[in-house]
Structures are given as structure tokens and as C-alpha cells.
Design a protein around this ligand. Structure first.
Ligand code: B12
Length: 218
């Protein structure tokens, strides 16, 4: 098994010390940080995400993998910066007001960072005004919102309405996600995109930043 496959495999197993050690070995063997990220960590995270979707693994395994990814990212972050991977764009991310679920949002944030985006993570229970004010202040072109409760979803609509009110719709794009969200809901509230999972979040954000508009659901 080559070293990047080992990194991916260790990430799947979720023991953070082993993942960090595998990443250290990959660095020592001369692998580029971006390569370790794409073909090791993200590959492993995508596999665990697929397995989670197919009910082959459960939440604890996802949490362990996410924690291991965080630990490994701490190691890779300075190398990625040193290698000068340009930021593809800035995204303000958070879980909407009244909602404390942040596991999925954190995964999305990690994958977006891994894909080269600068992510400003506002955490959970984020008020609509805070999303908009932060995006304005930071010059972010995208706001990403997560909601896991049907009762907190309307907060996403409030953000879209606030952007409209400030004539920022189109300049600052919105992407929504979380179990109760859907493409139909995104269209209903006028959000620019809906992402089903971490990988589709990255694909959607890439589409929004390169083409400027969302064409069809992923
Ligand atoms: C873990 C969990 C909790 C934890 C949260 C811990 C944390 N730090 O996040 C705790 C115990 C705190 C909790 C509390 C509650 N929970 Co809860 N919880 C869950 C559970 C079991 C898992 C959620 C999860 O993390 N999934 C794993 C992640 C990886 O998946 P995900 O979040 O869907 O994210 C993926 C995608 O949705 C997408 N995505 C997510 N965000 C974004 C954002 C963007 C921009 C994009 C593009 C994509 C995207 O990508 C992610 C990666 O693939 C779900 C059940 C379930 N199976 O979903 C219930 C669930 C969400 N909870 C539920 C409820 C009711 C509650 C409580 C109200 C319970 C109570 N009576 O107190 C409270 C509410 C607290 C609050 N105010 O938020 C209900 C919601 C029902 C509904 N339809 O509204 C669920 C569905 C359980 C159920 N079947 O009843 N919960």
C-alpha cells in the first residue's frame, strides 16, 4: 500500500495519532502537502462519507474521522500556506440561529478548506444579521448555512431576504445544506445552491465561484 493510501486508510479508521503519524511519514517521503490532502485525507474522508451514506459505518466513526482530519490538518496547514496554494475564494459558514448541530457543518468546512477555500466559520446558533455582516466585512462571496432542524430552516430564508434588502443578492451567493434542506427548499427561498453532502458542497461552491450561478442540482 503506498503512503497516501495508508493516510486515507488511517483516516477511515479514525485514530488521530495514527493519522498524524502517517501524514508525518508521507511528508518525510517527500509527498507534497496538497497531494497528502487530496489523495490521502480527503480521499479517506470521502470514503467514510460514502460508507456513512450507505449505513456501513455510523456517527461515532464519522466523528472520529473528523477529529483525526482536524489533527492532521493542523500539521498540513503551515505546509499548504508555504506551498502557496492560492485561496479560491472566501466563504462564511455557520449553523443557523437556534440550531446547535455542527458536525455536518464542520465536515463541510474541512472539505472546503481542503479544496482551497478560505472558510470563516461562525460556529452554531448564528443570527441572520451575523452571516450578512461578516460576509460584508470580510469581502466573502459566499454564505454557507447549515440547519438540521425543520424549526430552524426559516432562518436561512431570513439571510436571503436580508441580502435582497441590502441589494447584495447575486454579489454574495448563498448555499444551504443539512438533513432537512433540499434543492426544492433552496429554490423556494431563493438560495443560489443546495449541497447534499460535503463533496457536493465543494462542487457547488466551485460552480458558484467559477460560473457565478447554479445550473442544476447535483
Ligand atoms: C448528533 C445529533 C444531535 C447532537 C448535536 C451535536 C453536534 N455538536 O452537532 C445533539 C445531541 C446536541 C442534538 C440535539 C438536538 N437534536 Co439532534 N440529532 C443529531 C443526529 C443524531 C445526527 C446529526 C449529525 O451530526 N449527522 C451527521 C452529519 C455528518 O450529517 P449532517 O449534519 O446531515 O451533515 C451533512 C449534510 O447534511 C451536509 N451539510 C450539512 N450542513 C451543510 C451546510 C452546507 C452549506 C452544505 C452545502 C451542506 C451541509 O453535509 C454534511 C456532511 O455530509 C440527528 C439524526 C440524523 N441522523 O441526522 C439528530 C436530529 C437532527 N436531532 C433532532 C432533534 C429533534 C434534536 C433536539 C431538538 C432534541 C431535543 N429534544 O433536545 C436537539 C436540538 C438542539 C438544538 N437546538 O439544535 C432531529 C431533528 C428533527 C427535525 N426534522 O427537526 C433529528 C433528525 C433526530 C430525529 N430523527 O428526530 N442532536
Amino acid at each position: 500500500m503506498d503512503i497516501l493510501e495508508q493516510v486515507a486508510r488511517e483516516l477511515e479508521l479514525g485514530e488521530d495519532e495514527n493519522v498524524v503519524e502517517a501524514v508525518q511519514r508521507a511528508i518525510a517521503q517527500g509527498a507534497a502537502a496538497k497531494e497528502i490532502l487530496d489523495n490521502g485525507l480527503i480521499k479517506g474522508m470521502n470514503t467514510i462519507g460514502e460508507k456513512f451514506k450507505n449505513h456501513e459505518v455510523f456517527l461515532p466513526e464519522v466523528l472520529l474521522a473528523a477529529r483525526a482530519m482536524h489533527a492532521a490538518m493542523e500539521l498540513l496547514k503551515p505546509l499548504l500556506i508555504r506551498d502557496g496554494i492560492p485561496s479560491k475564494g472566501k466563504i462564511v459558514l455557520g449553523t443557523v440561529q437556534g440550531d446547535l448541530h455542527d458536525i455536518g457543518k464542520n465536515l463541510v468546512g474541512i472539505l472546503l478548506k481542503g479544496a482551497g477555500f478560505e472558510v470563516i466559520d461562525l460556529g452554531h446558533d448564528v443570527a441572520p444579521e451575523q452571516f450578512v455582516e461578516t460576509a460584508k466585512k470580510e469581502g466573502a462571496s459566499i454564505i454557507g448555512m447549515s440547519a438540521l432542524l425543520t424549526t430552524t430552516m426559516p432562518s436561512m430564508k431570513k439571510v436571503v431576504e436580508l441580502l435582497k434588502k441590502e441589494n447584495l443578492q447575486g454579489k454574495i451567493k448563498t448555499i444551504i445544506g443539512g438533513a432537512p434542506a433540499s434543492q426544492a427548499y433552496a429554490e423556494e427561498i431563493g438560495a443560489d445552491a443546495y449541497g447534499y453532502d460535503g463533496s457536493s458542497a465543494v462542487e457547488c461552491v466551485e460552480r458558484l465561484t467559477t460560473r457565478g450561478s447554479f445550473e442544476k442540482p447535483l
